[in-house]
Design a protein around this ligand. Structure first.
Ligand code: SF4
Length: 617
């Protein structure tokens, strides 16, 4: 049987042209799929210095080599592009069914280029692709947009789209599918800059696997492993709606713009409290965890608010950031972000930043359109979300992200902008979880917890070894282990949560062989090497954009102010040895003192072509 490397759909919105091609076998062997394909094509096709919001930037939608099959937790989708928020590589992951549907239509990748002169959407079917007028959809929220497209093209249609925030080029606009978002890095902003409202796929469930019989046997094995896993039962019951119980108890739940690591009265926002608002659950294609938990507010000022969330990051973004314990307000805020198409992490973080500026007198009522941004009061937060999405008043400044907003506001506001490379920090305090913090520092996209999640620091994971969460350069090897492992897993856009309940690299390798027909992919050591290759190519992408050691830093607050943890351990922690960490990390990675991959390392990884692009940087 022929190998199955995946097909690419190319759409040029300037020319209105569509083309298809297959991924060459060598690329499939070297990069496997998913994030590997994403960086390979973006690196090869995007010259440095392209304006992220210009017609020349490329937006690449990806699904994985196993997507749409009966295997569990392998049907998520991904976007890669150059980020308008950071100017660096962007990768963001979404869930629900879209990834499976893209695969049913016959594609693993959609490379979108150019810019339409009017609002359009792309409609993909098994028979072809059309660029269609979206004038009637422009201005609509994400839910309405998806409903309209399903009415238009039938129930066998799945959609990714942007909301009003993406249309207005809010720098952290999300791409939404169902109620799952590819939130980080402003991928929705790039989509908006192309006048692209949505991508809709209408398809029947048809798949081409290299060896279906072998594949089905492997899926049975995977299901057995998951069923026996304790981590799976816990994730199925709670999703991430109780992670704040853990992070508060160990002092790494960021409060008041990362001043404290524990929230007063955090039992009021525990998983058990959220459970009282739960009305249902939902999940991604062929995943028995169904870890999305829907919540409804039954009474009070936010009565009627309904969200298919919030999950842990959004719970934090709308409680800890502003020191509120209102579950009702988090549900309302989460709903708004999904409807309007905003990343909840960056939105919540920018709002926490604004609250601190207000406390310090750097922003006053005159600057905030009359809103009083007092800690503990969530009502102005909900108003700010609307203002950000619509770029109204103070929202227009915060819509640029905290780094640029601070530069616009001045008066010392920079000190309070909490980001790495322009991407706002997520809900794990770096001073109390240094492996996590140093992952933010060195990740290819800025401060992302998902780029190399430290299960060692947060949950006491013991693979490849336990961590001391307050140690610094001593944990450089763990940061690399987590980052390269994630990159390897994301060749299949395998859900990151499954790493806690059923991720077996050797089994993944055998599934890839049965799906693709490329024997080399069955070797899990080789797949680890692919993870390292991907990470290094992303680094080279960033180096070519002008980023380097100077950009590998946590915010000043983490380097100069002690963390306060109230009753939790970790009081007084500071990140003291960032430079020593970087020296050690770069050395272990095989990079120069400036954080540039050496020619020796690139050649070892089969990336010799890249050497000329970054030598001397
Ligand atoms: S664990 Fe949750 S996020 Fe992951 S694939 Fe399953 S339902 Fe989706």
């Amino acid at each position: 049987m022929a190998v199955n490397t995946g097909k690419i759909l190319r759409v040029n919105l300037t020319m209105g042209e569509v083309a298809t091609e297959s991924v060459p076998e060598q690329i499939a062997e070297d990069f496997v799929g998913g994030r590997g394909y994403g960086i390979k094509y973006l690196y090869d096709e995007l010259p440095p210095n392209v304006d992220p919001l210009g017609a020349d930037n490329k937006l690449i939608l990806l699904t994985g080599p196993l997507a749409g099959t009966s295997a569990q937790a392998v049907s998520r989708w991904m976007v890669v592009t150059k980020s308008p928020l950071t100017g660096a590589f962007a990768r963001s992951v979404g869930g629900a069914d879209f990834g499976a549907w893209l695969k049913f239509a016959g594609y693993e990748m959609v490379i979108i280029d150019g810019k339409s002169d009017r609002p359009v959407y792309i409609h993909i079917t098994g028979e072809g692709c059309q660029i269609k007028d979206a004038a009637g959809l422009w201005g609509k929220e994400t839910k309405e947009t998806q409903e309209w497209l399903k009415q238009q093209h039938g129930n066998n249609t799945r959609v990714t789209c942007i909301g009003p925030a993406g249309e207005r080029l809010v720098k952290y606009a999300a791409i939404v599918s169902d109620r799952r978002t590819a939130g980080r890095c402003g991928t929705g902003t790039v989509m908006g800059s192309k006048n692209l409202k949505a991508v809709a796929v209408t398809a029947q469930r048809i798949l081409h696997l290299h060896d279906k019989e072998a594949y089905d046997r492997l899926v049975k094995e995977q299901v057995g492993i998951i069923r026996e896993s304790k981590g799976f039962e816990n994730h199925k019951e709670w999703g991430t709606t109780n992670t704040q119980n853990v992070t508060n108890s160990i002092g790494i739940y960021p409060v008041m713009n990362f001043r404290y690591g524990q929230q007063v009265d955090y039992d009021k926002i525990s998983g058990g409290e959220y459970r009282r608002f739960r009305t249902g659950e939902f999940g991604c294609y062929s995943c028995p965890a169904r870890c999305g938990k829907a919540h409804l507010v039954q009474s009070g000022p936010f009565k009627g608010a309904y969200s298919e969330g919030p999950e842990y990051e959004s719970i934090w973004a709308f409680t800890g950031s502003i020191d509120s314990t209102s579950i009702e307000a988090t549900i309302a805020a989460d709903q708004l972000c999904d409807d309007l198409g905003l990343d909840t992490i960056s939105a919540g973080s920018c709002i926490g930043f604004a609250y601190e500026l207000y406390e310090k007198g750097i922003l006053t009522k005159a600057d905030t359109d009359g809103l009083e941004l007092n800690y503990g009061d969530p009502t102005p937060m909900v108003e700010l979300i609307k203002k950000i999405a619509m770029r109204d008043g103070i929202g227009n400044i915060l819509a640029e992200g905290s780094r640029k907003a601070a530069a616009t506001i001045g008066k010392g506001a920079e000190k309070y902008a909490i980001h790495v490379k322009g991407l706002e920090l997520p809900a794990y305090e770096p001073r109390g979880s240094k492996t996590q913090g140093y992952n933010y520092v060195t990740s290819s996209i800025g401060a992302s917890h998902c780029y190399g999640y430290s299960g060692q620091d947060v949950f006491g994971a013991i693979e490849p070894r336990p961590s001391d969460r307050f140690a610094e350069e001593e944990n450089a090897d763990l940061v690399i282990f987590n980052q390269d492992g994630t990159a390897s897993r994301e060749t299949g856009i395998v859900c990151t949560f499954s790493s806690g309940w059923g991720w077996v690299p050797a089994l993944y390798g055998r599934m890839l062989v049965a799906a693709r027909g490329i024997e080399k992919l069955g070797d899990s050591d080789y797949l680890n090497k692919v993870g390292e290759r991907i990470f290094n190519l992303e680094r080279a992408f960033n180096i070519r954009q002008g980023l380097g050691r100077k950009d590998d830093t946590l915010p000043d607050r983490m380097l100069t102010e002690p963390l306060h943890t109230r009753e939790a351990p970790g009081e007084g922690q500071i990140v003291r040895r960032q430079e020593q960490f970087l020296d050690r990390y770069y050395e272990l990675r095989g990079w120069t003192k400036e954080g540039v991959p050496t020619s020796q390392k690139l050649e070892e990884l089969g990336l010799a072509d890249v050497v000329k692009d970054i030598s001397g940087k």
